[in-house]
Design a protein around this ligand. Structure first.
Ligand SMILES: Cc1cc2nc3c(=O)[nH]c(=O)nc-3n(C[C@H](O)[C@H](O)[C@H](O)COP(=O)(O)OP(=O)(O)OC[C@H]3O[C@@H](n4cnc5c(N)ncnc54)[C@H](O)[C@@H]3O)c2cc1C
Length: 398
């Protein structure tokens, strides 16, 4: 791999087949997958890899509910299943650890209605998740205090599909993987500022223009205006940022403990026993990276939920801005009117579980081969139509 701080392609170098903007979890997976497919890739990152929303420490890999099945849930399910093998391959290629574990998840049930609903979903899980994964309604969690029984007066759901991964571990392995490939060039400290109308070149912040076969916009919340520009749109934005705050606790917890998710609070034990707590969901904010009393409240709620972490000291507080399209679904694939420009944006709260499969879709579009089925609600056209209708009000739990 070549690494450069800035500058255009020169000196007779062949133009890349694919220029990727953004080295978060989306752009890194895309670069690795495209390079594995034999494409010559230039990855352009405005700051450093992981300097956007992917630079946190949550790494929850939680499925959508098993009820009211649709192609978006199927896409995510397949992604969550495949990630286990994807991580194993990355680890064996690089010798690095992503600290992945399918730990499962506990959902406390706080009302009889919630319990009845949960019971009805067991059959949905069996039908839609298949026999490998369970959704069981129990009277209490297996481990006392995880969560507190008083928080689960009507029992718990224990599902075995959820997993977690270490975000820095995964990003490190992806970087090491692309670092070993001769057909990847990494440009740090330079931003993509625009895409030429036909999508066969990108303008960079250092004043250069790089010719290429395709451009993929995987630059997080900053992808939305570039996608709109490539589609020749002005007016309603195609997406926005939703800030999230999170904390990491020095808990010395057993790494096999399941995730706990209750009323927007999630608690994730990592392989080293540290416990991550997430996350706030803020549409309005002044400082995208500041943490404040909303995080204090979240930590207090998590401590009440899981007494095992009641006294655990806080190691780190962090905030980032999630890329959210006009709807909560990812924005993926060719940009209408600019077929050589591909979107890989809007992963919102789910990117760590699905970015590898999103990357397969983009690579398939570039190489003209068969890839995973793309749900209609993921297409850029769907998002553009939604934006034209005025989008949709963000629900509290989106
Ligand atoms: C508090 C919090 C908790 C979260 N928890 C989870 C979780 O548990 N599980 C989960 O799956 N997801 C979670 N998410 C969401 C997840 O982090 C995001 O969906 C994901 O990181 C988005 O990845 P990305 O690569 O699309 O964008 P980013 O990670 O934001 O990466 C975009 C990159 O593009 C670069 N860039 C920007 N503009 C340009 C440009 N013009 N040219 C070149 N480069 C550019 C940026 O510097 C950045 O490095 C969480 C997010 C937050 C904030």
């Amino acid at each position: 791999m070549g690494v450069a701080d800035s500058g255009g392609i020169g000196g007779g170098q062949a133009a890349p087949d694919l220029l990727v903007a953004g080295a978060g979890v989306a752009g890194l997976w895309l670069t690795v997958k495209a390079a594995r497919a034999g494409l010559k890739v230039m990855l352009v990152e405005a700051g450093n890899p992981g300097s956007g929303a992917s630079g946190g420490f949550l790494g929850a890999l939680m499925p959508h509910g098993p009820e009211r099945w649709n192609d978006k849930k199927q896409f995510q399910l397949q992604a969550l299943i495949d990630l286990e093998d994807e991580v194993a391959r990355l680890e064996s290629e690089t010798g690095l650890q992503c600290l992945y574990r399918r730990s499962g998840r506990i959902l406390p049930l706080s009302s009889e209605r919630a319990r009845t609903e949960a019971l009805s979903r067991a059959a949905d899980a069996q039908a839609n998740w298949g026999p490998r994964f369970a959704w069981e309604v129990r009277h209490a969690a297996d481990i006392g205090g995880w969560p507190d029984m008083l928080r689960a007066p009507h029992g718990v759901v224990h599902e075995t599909l959820s997993a977690r991964v270490s975000p820095p571990g995964l990003l490190g392995a992806l970087l090491a993987s692309l670092g070993a490939m001769a057909n990847v060039e990494l440009r740090l400290g330079v931003a993509v500022t625009g895409v030429l109308p036909e999508g066969k070149a990108a303008r960079l912040s250092d004043g250069s223009t790089v010719g290429c076969g395709h451009v993929a916009l995987a630059n997080g919340v900053d992808a939305f205006p570039l996608i709109a520009q490539a589609a020749g749109l002005s007016g309603s934005p195609l997406g926005s940022g939703v800030k999230g705050q999170a904390a990491l606790l020095d808990a010395g917890a057993a790494p096999e403990l399941p995730l706990v998710f209750d009323d927007g609070v999630y608690v994730i034990v990592h392989e080293n026993g540290a416990v991550a707590i997430g996350s706030t969901s803020e549409r309005d904010y002044d400082d995208p990276v500041a943490t404040d009393t909303q995080l204090d409240d979240l930590v207090a709620r998590a401590r009440a939920l899981c007494p095992l972490i009641r006294e655990a000291p806080v190691l780190r507080r962090w905030a980032g801005v999630r890329p959210r399209g006009v709807g909560p679904d990812p924005m993926l694939g060719p940009v209408p009117g600019a077929p050589n420009v591909l979107a890989m944006a809007g992963g919102f709260k789910t990117s760590f579980g699905i970015a590898h499969r999103m990357a397969d879709c983009v690579v398939a579009a570039v190489t003209g081969t068969a890839g995973p089925d793309l749900p209609e609600s993921f297409t850029v056209a769907h998002h553009i139509a939604k934006a034209a209708r005025g989008g949709k009000t963000l629900k509290a739990r989106d």
